[in-house]
Design a protein around this ligand. Structure first.
Ligand SMILES: *Cc1c(COP(=O)(O)O)cnc(C)c1O
Length: 394
């Protein structure tokens, strides 16, 4: 087996039937039938056939999927139009009316809405537990539990779920386990090695890496991916060939980007930890992270995601966070993450009104919190940018 860095560039080349070094964008919705109609009938019925009709498959998409499957060490993968298409299509391939799901209190907002509003309307019950508490997952299980869905590190608090524990629990009770590996990226964490069944990505983030596409990936066994593919035929969230080509281009540098991002984020976290205007620095790579030991056990790097809290009580902290946001010059105030450019958001103002205290407390968002996605710029410039933005915070 070759190494990740090599697979990122060479895996899935068999899907490129041209002589072009770079796989072409197969920008077509449909494909010619051969004279031999028998082959065409095979193409129409075979799972993910890359030469029949776009919703069934596409050569550019097949290559992107094959690379991500090899990164996540799973038998197969399916690329879809967005991370949410990957999440919803994968979950709807496991649960049906009358089933029960156990998941976390802290989740990506779209996934949270899917559990809280969508699934409940379709007769699937969901229990949310504290991801830091292994026993809470076990206690929440019922005879009709069909899925344990986790996200680690979670958005935006960077809490960690014990993947080995979840995988063992799922195996013991014959329950499918699914993990959103978007924040970690396959460079920093391999849920499959710990026994997780299904791995999900928003490829919009680190996998694409340039903030120029949306895509999602579901990784799992060949049988499971076939199920997800059948669901995707009717749900219809196919990835466009152009986005898939951009994803292939982005993937080539994934390893280099994530290594640089890990190192920048650690240096920035060390700067924040010593800064008097910062009350709390949440970074997985810091010894002060409450779950540092677990993170070291199941991860190979700290990721580019940081969560800081500026000083001040409730309203003061809110104003301070807003002021820092306005003064930053390199860090752009924008949603999303995982790109080459550094971004920052103020979760309290972005995800609902900062007066909605109940919602905040379950998701762990505080008024002075800033979520930072570190890019690949020079570290001295990144530190200098925050240094000037924090100057007048008292
Ligand atoms: C962004 C994100 C998603 C959703 O991905 P989209 O591509 O925006 O649909 C899912 N999970 C996590 C952790 C994310 O950060």
């Amino acid at each position: 087996m070759s190494h990740i860095e090599t697979d990122l560039i060479h895996k899935g080349k068999e899907f490129n039937e041209s002589k072009a070094v770079v796989t072409p964008i197969y920008q077509t919705s449909t494909y010619f039938a051969d004279e031999d109609l028998k082959e065409y009938i095979v193409a129409a019925t075979e799972t993910k056939h890359p030469n029949f009709y776009h919703r069934h498959g596409n050569p550019t998409n097949s290559q992107a999927a094959s690379i991500v499957a090899s990164l996540e060490k799973t038998e197969d993968a399916l690329v879809l139009a967005t991370g949410m298409a990957a999440i919803s299509t994968a979950i709807l391939s496991v649960v049906k009316v009358g089933d029960h799901v156990v998941t976390q209190n802290s989740l990506y907002s779209g996934a949270m809405l899917f559990f809280k509003e969508f699934l409940s309307d379709y007769g699937v019950e969901v229990t949310h537990v504290d991801q830091k508490d292994n026993q809470a997952f076990e206690k929440a299980l019922r005879p009709n539990t069909k899925l344990i869905y986790v996200e680690t590190p979670s958005n935006p608090n960077l809490d960690i779920t014990d993947l080995q524990f979840i995988a063992d629990l799922g195996k013991k009770h014959n329950i499918t386990t699914m993990s959103d590996n978007t924040f970690a990226s396959p460079i920093n964490q391999s849920p499959k090695d710990l026994g997780i069944d299904v791995i999900i990505h928003s490829a919009t983030k680190y996998l694409g890496g340039h903030s120029d596409l949306t895509a999602g990936v579901v990784c799992g066994t060949k049988d499971f991916i076939e199920k997800v593919w059948r669901r995707s035929l009717v749900l219809g969230g196919s990835l466009s060939p152009f986005d898939s080509w951009l994803l292939l281009r982005g993937l080539k540098t994934l390893s280099m980007r994530v290594k640089q991002i890990n190192s920048n984020a650690l240096a920035l976290a060390e700067f924040f930890e010593k800064h008097p205007a910062i009350k709390y620095t949440g970074y997985i790579g810091l010894k002060s992270h409450p779950q540092y030991v677990l993170a070291q056990k199941q991860m190979r790097g700290g990721t580019g995601m940081l969560c800081i809290e500026v000083i001040g009580d409730e309203e003061d902290a809110y104003q301070n966070a807003q002021s820092v946001l306005n003064k930053l010059k390199i860090f752009a105030n924008a949603a999303s993450l995982g790109g080459v450019e550094s971004l920052v958001v103020h979760p309290a103002s972005m995800w609902g009104s900062h007066h909605d205290k109940s919602q905040k407390s379950t998701s762990g968002i505080t008024t002075g919190m800033l979520r930072v996605s570190v890019g690949i710029e020079h570290i001295d410039d990144l530190i200098q940018d925050f240094d000037q933005a924090l100057k007048e915070i008292k």
